[in-house]
Write a protein that binds this ligand. Structure first.
Ligand code: HEC
Ligand code: HEC
Length: 193
């Protein structure tokens, strides 16, 4: 009477043990292989292939997920990103966000280090720090801005200002309140951080 049950439970435990051993390795492989397509543009080492593509290595995880969610749902529209993530399920997008957020922000290329005289930005960036943090390192849910490229920062700021990017309630108003030359100066400053 005891024997078959004993055997059965042995088989079950072996199956469970194998399952536990194999599952995390498979999950890690899965996300790494899904991330390969992203690296073609966002960079194999975290440095994007061009300056219109933002750094996602080491970016805030909640922010990355929100943007992937928004590209997926259509709340943020981009000709490159929208079709890429339209058919990826939300839990997979969450995994990708965590995967890239856990990596290290790449070192800035020397070209980013354009010096902006402190009085050129005085009084214009203090309010940003309430959300983007003291050194623009970001914090949930506001993204890191320090060290993104000048081109990407300016285009993101202009997209909010001209109503093209509407997936946040506050940013469009903040960006409209700045002159175009202020946006250029701030983008230059943030790229050099
Ligand atoms: C063909 C090039 C390309 C590929 C492949 C690609 N991206 Fe992008 N990605 C871009 C560009 C360009 C932007 C900037 C869009 C914009 O200007 O609004 C972007 C923006 C993003 C953003 C928003 C970042 C921010 O700071 O707002 C996230 C997150 C992102 N991509 C994640 C991914 C992930 C994850 C993958 C893989 C599933 C991926 N991308 C594949 C080119 C690419
Ligand atoms: C009330 C909080 C808040 C303040 C203040 C604020 N931001 Fe933001 N900002 C956000 C959030 C949240 C996002 C992400 C929006 C989204 O969901 O796409 C964002 C996005 C951005 C982006 C796009 C980043 C990317 O990777 O695409 C830029 C650039 C930016 N902010 C610049 C600024 C600047 C410059 C200031 C000050 C003049 C400022 N922000 C003030 C909360 C804020």
């Amino acid at each position: 009477m005891n024997k078959p049950i004993g055997l059965l439970s042995t088989i079950v435990s072996v199956a469970v043990l194998c399952g536990f051993a194999a599952a995390p390795a498979r999950a890690a492989d899965d996300v790494a292989s899904k991330a390969e397509v992203c690296s073609a543009c966002h960079g194999q080492n975290g440095t994007p292939v061009n300056t219109v593509t933002p750094i996602i290595w080491g970016q805030q995880s909640n922010y990355l997920y929100k943007e992937l969610h928004d590209f997926h749902s259509g709340a943020r529209v981009n000709a490159t990103m929208s079709p890429l993530v339209k058919d990826i399920a939300l839990p997979d997008l969450r995994q990708l966000a965590d995967y890239f957020a856990a990596k290290t922000w790449p070192a800035a290329p020397a070209a980013n280090a354009a010096a902006v005289p402190p009085d050129a930005i005085a009084g214009k960036i203090e309010m940003c720090k309430a959300c983007h943090q003291a050194h623009f390192e970001g914090g949930a849910p506001a993204p890191r801005l320090a060290g993104l490229s000048y081109e990407y920062l300016l285009s993101a700021m202009n997209n909010f200002a001209d109503g093209e990017r509407t997936n946040n309630l506050d940013m469009p108003g903040f960006m409209k309140a700045l002159s175009e030359s202020d946006r250029e100066t701030i983008a230059k400053y943030l790229a050099g951080l």
